[in-house]
Design a protein around this ligand. Sequence first.
Ligand code: NAP
Ligand code: MG
Length: 402
Amino acid sequence: MDKIRMTTPLVEMDGDEMTRILWKMIKEELLLPFIDLKTEYYDLGLKHRDETGDQVTIDSALAAKKYGVAVKCATITPNAARVEEYDLKEMYKSPNGTIRAILDGTVFRAPIIVKGINPTVRTWKKPITIARHAYGDVYKAVDMKIPGPGKAELVFTAEDGSQIRETIHDFDGPGILQGMHNLNSSIESFARSCFNYALETGQDLWFATKDTISKKYDHSFKDIFQEIFDAEYKERFDEAGIEYFYTLIDDAVARVIRSEGGYIWACKNYDGDVMSDMVATAFGSLAMMTSVLVAPDGTTEYEAAHGTVQRHYYKHLKGEETSTNSVATIFAWTGALRKRGKLDQIPELMEFADKLEKATIDTIESGTMTKDLALITTLEYVHPVNSEDFIRAVRKRLEESR
Ligand code: NAP
Ligand code: MG
């Protein structure tokens, strides 16, 4: 059978440890036999990041901007232990942070639903996608311990020297203080990323903040979303038959728990941090979660939500068997291939992505799965397999479906 041809390359960002091993095997077993794969390859493995003084991470993000679609393997974010382990010249920043700063995007995370891995919340039938704003608020805050009595003020000094001043609190004893900010431009690009993603996936968009209490800060988020929606998206949402819905964060939480799923839940930075862990865990596993960064210019980068699975890698290095779940990494590739196919109008590439996802899900639903899932499945016949055999089982199904 002829291999599927591609016209434009994907930006391929290779990574570290166990996910790097899976990456290579996914390409060899599940992609290269079927596709005339065109990628522009960037090695974000820690060793090569060090050799290039991290320039390769910047280059890969610029390439993603140029070609529009990227797929990324999990990477090590160095800490002190890693600096020693890899004899690094520097404690480089998180590659995801560097890439996000260049692409200015929003991260969307959605669970991969399979029969036999049941959500903890009974009513959830469809995935809930969390869209997390990735700039500012408490993550860029300045905070202080107040030693004793005194007056705390919020002061803004404009370029012309004029000031806006507000008393925060007259302290009569020790306390704590925090100042945080956000930028209209960042909130605007967050809003556009969410509206575009809702249109692209045909799902409703929910957004919630605490605007009743935070009358200027959170209220600005609400207003900016509404203005952009009314001016740029309302008609397209009507045409697509989807809805934009704003509510208070506490109401949203209650509705999410009662819901069937099947929508995108846009969250401010902190809410997204906390709620995505809750949603991922309640759906079963971080290894069954897709993650995609969507930039306001449409650039899309697909990855897995989990890390490099260091513990399994060390077992692998010792020659021991591993049972690492490759589903999220496989879905990063299918997401990127489908997007490339859509942009370049190659229906066979989009169909291939669908088939590979189906083969992966069918493999699990037939009982063949890695240990992380075998431990939590409700299926009666379970055949736990190692990392390699899972990928081979998916290949077998994929070949049968062609
Ligand atoms: P991790 O790689 O997500 O793994 C933590 C644990 O979760 C594993 O030990 C394993 O549990 C389980 N797990 C995660 N993914 C799994 C999979 N695909 N299959 C089976 N089990 C899975 O987090 P980490 O070990 O704390 O971090 C390792 C490195 O990843 C760090 O250097 C960190 O900087 C990096 N990281 C990268 C990204 C990214 O690039 N997006 C994200 C997070 C972390 P058991 O050991 O119990 O089996
Ligand atoms: Mg978190």
